[in-house]
Design a protein around this ligand. Structure first.
Ligand SMILES: [Zn+2]
Length: 243
């Protein structure tokens, strides 16, 4: 009797392990974006681990630009830059207007760290455009920004921590211009209770799945006119902001 029970328990265990294996196999095949060890593919939808994989790209410039290229993003890879001890970047890109993205950069603009650029691409495709279609029935034609690289400390103070902008690891988004020319801006429409306000809420919340830090007018007065999006390294306590 005892032996039978032992065999039965063993059989159940084997069945459970096989079932777990099958589930994982199915997940890996149908939703690789939801598994921590699969390679990031910018063509896939946003999954459970997409944000972490994007942040990890900050240290893998070569692989990151390859991912952008594979996803059909047009960009110029910028030469490494160093300004003093605290500022500069090694793997930055500048989007070329007219590619698969509506975030345009002027030739004089400085670039983004590639990890920020990859997150911006996913944000536009999977968050911004669907939200615009849902709220306005049309696409966003241009995303306006206040730039990325800037050798400064947080809030431009003389002392204190250096900003993620100092390593091109952040971008400030100011407004969205729709196909019909209508302009939805963070400063003008954040408190709106209609479609523009809902649109801005949606794109802010959606950015939180893709960037390590997302700061909006809800965070403080310094962000009343833009969304600050960055890929700051997650600290030992995994600090993330999404407000
Ligand atoms: Zn910023």
């Amino acid at each position: 009797m005892r032996r039978m029970r032992k065999i039965l328990v063993r059989l159940i265990l084997i069945a459970l392990v096989a079932l777990a294996g099958l589930l994982l196999f199915g997940l890996a095949r149908d939703h690789p974006e939801d598994l921590p060890w699969t390679e990031l593919d910018l063509g896939q939808p946003i999954g459970t681990f997409t944000g972490r994989k994007l942040a990890a790209l900050a240290d893998e410039g070569g692989r990151c630009t390859e991912l952008l290229r594979r996803a059909g993003v047009r960009f110029t890879a910028l030469p490494a830059r160093r300004d003093g001890l605290q500022c500069g970047y090694t793997h930055a890109v500048r989007f070329i207007a007219g590619g698969s993205l509506s975030i345009g950069y002027q030739p004089a603009d400085l670039g983004n760290n590639c990890a920020v650029a990859a997150a911006l691409a996913l944000w536009e495709w999977h968050v911004v455009q669907p939200a615009a279609l849902a709220q306005f029935g049309q696409r966003v034609e241009r995303i306006e920004h206040f730039g990325s690289y800037s050798c400064r400390r947080i809030y431009g103070r003389d002392e204190g921590a250096w900003s993620e902008h100092a390593t091109a690891n952040a971008v400030d988004i100011a407004a969205f211009v729709l196909e019909d020319g209508r302009r939805i801006s963070v400063v003008g429409d954040w408190d709106d209770e209609g479609a523009p306000g809902r649109f801005l809420d949606e794109v802010r919340d959606g950015a939180c799945d893709l960037f390590a830090t997302v700061l909006s007018p809800d965070y403080n007065e310094a962000h009343r006119d833009h969304f600050h999006l960055d890929q700051a390294a997650r600290g030992a306590f995994g600090w993330r902001a999404c407000r």
